[in-house]
Design a protein around this ligand. Structure first.
Ligand SMILES: NC(=O)c1ccc[n+]([C@@H]2O[C@H](COP(=O)([O-])OP(=O)(O)OC[C@H]3O[C@@H](n4cnc5c(N)ncnc54)[C@H](OP(=O)(O)O)[C@@H]3O)[C@@H](O)[C@H]2O)c1
Length: 242
């Protein structure tokens, strides 16, 4: 499925038995701490150069909802990629089609931030990112095209493996476009039971839904606290090049 130049994409997620991903629903239970460190521990086993997250997850878990302070530039800014740190070796990729995220640094835990934008983002926001030395690239006019985004990530940065780490809507967009090569799933022995809450893969109602994808189980291990760590490769999905 992978003959264009793009990073290998491994979706790494932790879900409850009912496939839900919102940890707040159980994290404060007396046993909730047992599962806190699992996601990061198994993330590290992949030695990937980059990870990618949706805007909602980034606001909630990383930027703290910080609002950007756009500054009008003196000259219009061309819609071309900007490299904020040419020496960076590891990357946090932020899916932010409207340019809504605010940052107080150009890295998250040592990983250089690269914003994935559409061309409709204002010059003032681009100027804001440039002043903070945050890299950015464009992958579409109004909607993001992840095929274009992945090709640029592979061409502009030393990224061979990309960890796709949620939330459910971003995962669903990648799945629907046939852009996932492997799945690393930590299945914890917890039943969430909340109705209409985000699951592992969510395809928006306004997106054309492609047929279901078939994965092949490669490995399964019982790890800490009754958790199963399951590794799958993709077997059948939408042809990502078509
Ligand atoms: N259990 C786990 O392993 C795990 C891992 C990560 C996150 N989470 C949780 O997941 C929750 C958030 O998940 P979520 O599904 O609501 O949000 P999400 O996937 O983090 O972000 C959704 C946003 O990403 C952007 N996006 C997604 N698909 C897009 C596409 N095709 N084109 C352009 N932009 C796209 C959109 O941003 P705009 O609205 O700005 O366009 C969309 O609103 C959080 O509670 C987080 O803590 C859990």
């Amino acid at each position: 499925m992978k003959d264009m130049n793009r990073p290998k994409v491994i979706c790494h997620m932790l879900t409850t038995l009912d496939g839900k991903i919102i940890t707040e629903h159980w994290r404060n239970e007396p046993w909730g701490n047992d599962y806190d460190s699992l996601f990061e521990k198994y993330h590290k086993t992949f030695n990937a150069e980059a990870w990618i997250l949706g805007r909602v997850s980034l606001e909630k878990d990383f930027s703290g909802g910080l609002q950007p302070e756009p500054i009008e530039p003196e000259q219009p800014i061309k819609r071309e990629p900007f490299i904020g740190d040419p020496d960076a070796k590891s990357f946090a990729i932020a899916v932010d089609r409207h340019g809504k995220l605010g940052w107080d640094s150009n890295e998250i835990d040592g990983d250089h931030i690269v914003e994935l934008l559409t061309e409709q983002v204002s010059d003032a926001y681009l100027n804001y990112l440039q002043k903070r030395k945050i890299s950015y690239l464009f992958a579409g006019n109004e909607e993001l095209d992840f095929k274009i985004a992945l090709e640029q990530l592979a061409n502009l940065f030393p990224i061979k493996t990309l960890m796709l780490e949620g939330g459910g809507h971003l995962n669903g967009s990648f799945l629907n476009e046939g852009m996932i090569d492997e799945l690393s799933l930590l299945l914890i022995p917890v039943a969430d039971g909340t109705a209409q809450t985000t699951s592992l893969f969510e395809v928006n109602k306004n997106q054309l839904k492609n047929p279901a994808s078939l994965f092949k189980l490669k490995d399964v291990k019982q790890v800490e606290a009754g958790t199963l760590w399951m590794r799958y490769s993709i077997q059948k999905t939408k042809n990502a090049n078509g």
